[in-house]
Design a protein around this ligand. Sequence first.
Ligand code: GUN
Length: 286
Amino acid sequence: MAELIDGKALAAEIRSAAAERVRALKDKGRSVGLAVIIVGNNPASRTYVNNKKKACADVGIESFEYALDINTTQAELIGLIEKLNKDDRVDGILCQLPLPSHINADAVIDSIAPEKDVDGFHAVSVGNLVLNKKGMRPCTPSGVMRMLKSKGIEVEGKRCVVVGRSNIVGKPAALMLINAGATVTVCNSKTRNLPEITSQADILIAAVGRPKFITADMVKEGAVVIDVGINRDENGKLCGDVDFSAVRDKTSYITPVPGGVGPMTIAELIENTVLSAEQKAEKINN
Ligand code: GUN
């Protein structure tokens, strides 16, 4: 019988540990701040940004929102980031993606000071991940790894299949699994004979962004299934990339949507922001 991995509960634990660390910093006279930039009015982005700001407030992190007009130029956005790079109140800078198509997201991300790159998307952060060196790690795949660990699910030696190759989730998730000693295959929605590959997975990570894309025939009996998707089904109801009700009984562990990976992304962002503030405090003290 499948066991659910409760991301909501695990995220609450992480946030409460982070709140403790924020208090410890405050006792030493240091505040913790996150700058959140949103360009345009994508409703999903607005919801994510609101959730991130609320999580900050709950743990005592000050958030500074910059809601920019859809017509903001790339130079204006980078100008703002350069100001925030120098702003002492700001320990982390998050620029919510996607950005409007007239803006080059890579150029924007790479203008963030790597020590404030709490999303872990900067080329320096990605390089550190590739080389398995210390650095900021992307929040969603970090959350996935933490969920596996919370259940004592060993990764080393396992066959892992990641469906999705995005810079935000699929690629970094694959790298983290490689660093943890797994044998990793990265697929995408167009991979030929996809069910044949996914059904070999001991651990299957679905990050393809298509509602109920992973069906029961694609999953090995007893597999661990992590669903990163946040989609709407044909009735407008929130659902993941996995056909949960059909797949659930084949798995040993599975994450629900909502209440699975989603809350973990925000908890990891909070943790990265606290870490950045602690590292800054340490630098100043030494
Ligand atoms: N868009 C979707 N996921 C993310 C995320 O984790 N960070 C940012 N900045 N944008 C996103």
